[in-house]
Design a binder for this molecule. Structure first.
Ligand SMILES: [Ca+2]
Ligand SMILES: [Ca+2]
Ligand SMILES: [Ca+2]
Length: 247
């Protein structure tokens, strides 16, 4: 009887201790994972410039009709139509995103509003990135893209849930069929885009969200850069810089 009392008397206490330890561990682990995720996904602007791989977004929304798909040197999305091939070999980090399916490649293909084209920003296939800015102010936005059709070369950019006029209608030239950097805005009079019109205002230092949304399907985005100076990035652009998160 005495043994039974000890048996039933000790184990609940041990169990409570173990449960308490497990609870503390799970809380600790959850905290650690969160910190790791932040370290991986928050990029840092330094000296007026920040570069981010397109494939390093934190979320994608409004994907019912068109969606950004990841392409790497070893993986091509199985989404049709998409007339051109895999261009990851020459992409920064060996990976890029493309809006698919791509049903309008040339001017002869039908334009279907809110399906293969949308002039309004923040409506379709919205990517979100997190960036910590040390220096507020005006930043030009540069995009590294590979355009294979004349109707695959437009996109919009926004900040902190807003889509200012100066982020609308980023325009590339024609169909270069190679990765290139541009920062030009399509206007009513200049369809090939005007320099120095694509920029975002970072109102204060700290964490901000940057968004890209579809204008034309089939757009391929490898990397993007925000820079205070209007200087076209060279090659694959500046290295990504991760923000160190304090524990
Ligand atoms: Ca394509
Ligand atoms: Ca297209
Ligand atoms: Ca890339």
């Amino acid at each position: 009887m005495k043994m039974k009392l000890i048996h039933f008397g000790i184990f609940p206490v041990l169990g409570m201790i173990l449960m308490n330890c497990q609870h503390q561990n799970s809380e600790k682990n959850a905290g650690e994972v969160k910190v790791v995720e932040k370290q991986e996904m928050i990029f840092e602007e330094m000296n007026g410039i920040v570069g981010v791989e397109a494939e390093h977004y934190i979320s994608q929304t409004d994907t019912a009709v068109r969606k950004w798909y990841l392409t790497t040197t070893s993986k091509t999305p199985d989404v049709q139509p998409d007339l051109d091939g895999n261009h990851a070999e020459t992409a920064s980090n060996g990976a890029y995103l493309e809006i698919l399916p791509d049903t309008r490649v040339t001017h002869d293909d039908s334009l279907i509003w809110a399906t293969n084209f949308i002039n309004d920003p923040g409506e379709m296939a919205i990517l979100t990135y997190k960036v910590h800015f040390n220096n507020p102010g005006k930043y030009f936005v540069w995009v590294r893209a590979n355009c294979h059709g004349t109707e695959d070369n437009g996109i919009h950019v926004g900040i902190d849930g807003t889509w200012p006029e100066t982020g609308q209608r980023i325009q590339f030239w024609g169909n270069k069929k190679e990765w290139s950097w541009e920062s030009r805005q399509r206007t009513d009079s200049v369809h090939t885009g005007v320099e120095e019109l694509i920029y975002l205002e970072v109102d204060k230092p700290g964490l901000h969200t940057i968004h890209f949304s579809m204008r034309e399907d089939g757009f391929e985005m490898d990397k993007w850069v925000m820079s205070k100076e209007y200087v076209k990035p060279e090659g694959t652009g500046p290295e990504e810089r991760l923000k160190k998160v304090e524990n």
